[in-house]
Design a binder for this molecule. Structure first.
Ligand code: SF4
Length: 599
């Protein structure tokens, strides 16, 4: 590496972003060393900025290709915009590409809304007869993205796609083509987990950046169990025109026996048929955008969710099938061959998140997948001290719990009343996080009804089901309540509260702990070496604590004061334990904790 040039670049960027150049340089060299580097910093402390700077500078100073993997396109857009700003300010233009799915990049139809359009690319001869594809082939050399950025003054994925469409060139294959030669490639985890990166990868030495990396480990643990929604399978089978004798609706409706060999073989055959139909056309194009990788999380599009799961399903790794009322549960043996090889061949890998504790557990999971690298963790110093001035008042209730048996109408009324009273008493808006999608709907209806019947029109009520509702909540003048799901798509990854410095009350109802499952437990102990006395902590409490801390982390950042009400008696046991990130434990230590008696 050319240290003089590195210093010149980091100096300029550090000044531009108001961060310490020595610190940026230190991380530049530390993370440029071979190994897996974990960064566990709170939201707003500069993780994404550091990743952007390193991902930009490694290709131009050390001839390393950079791969950045995110959970959603919204996050990719944030990186893209920052990388373009860096390029213009340094006046250096490495080749950048974004890998996106056909459902976003093909101008000829939406596979999920139109029953036959999934065949479109195929009818056009896998692109050869598509006019846009031909125009792309006729284009001498790939279009450089910075040319698009300088022409359009925009740098979002949607702008790039629009540019190609306006010029009659296939965006999907163009971006893959550019990707082959690019020095910086951005994409979703889907491409990393399923080996869908453009060829010619081996000719480059590369660094891997995984943002919100806790999702991956959570995925490795949770993806052993996949739930297929039966109704969605039936609807999809109609679209796919699967043989009726194989896919009889009666079989689904009346059940096919629980846990028998016949059921297992039958279901595997059915899934295989469906997967083949999809894989023919979409294996390289499906995306995981709004859908969390976690199979237990919410989705407002069960078909899309099912297609993604189906295409990603490794049929050879199925070891158990259970037929339940609404779901077919598939248990898998973990494999992740591409992921393992890709990380083992990388020069260095940087995994960043606000929640990577306990570090030993996260590194153990990666080791058990066959990652043979040195592991290091960086808890501080941060680029921005986003929490230094935060004053957090924490109120914990020992009288409420979200245990399944306690999820009764009485407790829901209590939470509803509590949220309304807090909002009225403080005169500031409240964000209420609940542990599941179902409870979110219930709480929203209850609070809405209470406000109506109590003639409390001076308080607004919103739900996180769509982005415009969140936007309206942030812009609402009167104190309001926003109901959010801890496992929902907006509870992490997208810092929706960054645009405002408004004060909020945050009410957390319960921990999102999944029901225990003996089959999942046996997989966890067999493949990830989790001892029987650690199963509940790592298999259930840890994922719930990740959602809990991620939910709060979005809001805490850069806020002068925050009232945090934790309505869950089980929480006191875990707040100061290794499953809570170091920065959050420090925050708790410096905060005043009161026990909520009544409001
Ligand atoms: S070649 Fe490109 S533009 Fe043409 S149908 Fe396929 S994805 Fe769409």
């Amino acid at each position: 590496m050319i240290s003089g040039a590195v210093n010149k670049y980091t100096y300029k960027l550090s000044k531009q972003y108001g961060v310490d150049n020595d610190l940026v340089l230190k991380y530049f060299y530390m993370m440029g060393k071979p190994g897996i580097h974990f960064i566990e910093w709170p939201t707003g402390s500069g993780k994404s900025l550091l990743i952007s700077i390193l991902a930009f500078l490694y290709p131009i100073t050390a001839s390393l290709r950079s791969y950045i993997f995110c959970r959603t396109y919204t996050q990719i857009n944030e990186y893209l915009e920052r990388l373009v700003r860096i390029a213009f300010s340094l006046d250096i233009y490495p080749k950048i590409s974004v890998l996106v799915g056909k459902d976003l990049a093909c101008p000829y139809g939406d596979i999920y809304n139109n029953e036959i359009s999934y065949l479109f690319c195929k009818y056009l001869g896998n692109g050869i007869r598509c006019p846009d594809y031909r125009k792309m082939l006729n284009n001498k050399g790939a279009i450089r993205l910075e040319k698009i950025f300088s022409q359009t003054d925009k740098s979002r994925v949607e702008d790039i796609i629009e540019f190609f469409i306006d010029n009659g060139i296939c965006p999907y294959y163009s971006l893959r083509r550019i990707g082959q030669e690019s020095e910086i490639i951005l994409s979703t985890y889907h491409y990393l987990l399923n080996g869908l990166l453009p060829r010619k990868d081996n000719i480059f030495k590369y660094c891997v950046f995984i943002d919100e990396g806790h999702n991956l480990v959570d995925h490795f643990i949770e993806s052993n169990l996949i739930r297929f929604d039966k109704e969605a399978l039936i609807r999809l089978s109609r679209v796919l025109e699967i043989d009726r004798t194989l896919l009889s609706e009666n079989v689904f409706k009346n059940g096919i026996g629980v846990d028998s060999n016949l059921s297992k073989e039958y279901i595997i055959l059915l899934l295989k048929k469906m997967k083949e139909k999809f894989i023919e056309h979409y294996v390289d194009s499906l995306i995981i955008n709004d859908i969390s990788l976690n199979s237990g999380s919410e989705s407002d599009n069960p078909e899309k969710n099912t297609v993604v799961k189906l295409v990603n399903l490794d049929l050879d790794s199925i070891f158990h099938v259970v037929d339940e009322d609404e779901y077919i549960k598939i248990y898998l043996l973990p494999k992740f061959t591409f992921f393992r090889n890709f990380l083992n061949s990388s020069y260095s890998t940087i995994i960043a998140s606000a929640t990577l504790s306990p570090y030993k557990f996260f590194s153990r999971v990666l080791k058990s997948l066959g990652i043979k690298k040195k592991f290091r963790k960086y808890s501080e110093p941060y680029l921005y001290n986003s929490l230094s001035s935060a004053k957090i008042n924490i109120y914990v209730s020992r009288y409420v719990t979200s245990r399944y048996v306690n999820r009764t109408p009485d407790s829901f009324y209590f939470i509803s009343d509590f949220s309304i009273k807090i909002t009225r008493k403080t005169g500031i808006s409240t964000i209420l996080f609940v542990p599941s999608l179902d409870i979110k709907e219930v709480m929203y209806s209850l609070i809405k009804e209470s406000l109506l019947t109590g003639d409390l029109s001076d308080i607004g009520i919103f739900i996180d089901s769509n982005p415009s509702d969140i936007e309206n909540f942030l812009n609402e003048e009167k104190p309001s309540i926003l109901v959010m799901n801890q496992r929902g798509r907006y509870s992490e990854g997208i810092n929706i509260f960054r645009t405002t410095n408004k004060a909020f009350n945050v009410v957390i109802y319960g921990l999102s702990i999944q029901p225990t499952d003996p089959l999942k437990d046996s997989l966890l102990s067999e493949f990830f070496g989790i001892k029987s006395n650690e199963l509940f902590i790592y298999g259930y409490i840890l994922p719930a604590m990740i959602y809990f801390v991620q939910s709060i982390g979005r809001i805490i950042s850069r806020r002068a004061e925050l009232n945090l009400y934790i309505l869950e008696k089980r929480i006191l046991k875990y707040l100061n334990s290794p499953v809570t990130p170091v920065w959050f434990r420090k925050l708790i230590k410096n905060s005043k904790i009161s026990i909520v008696e009544s409001i």
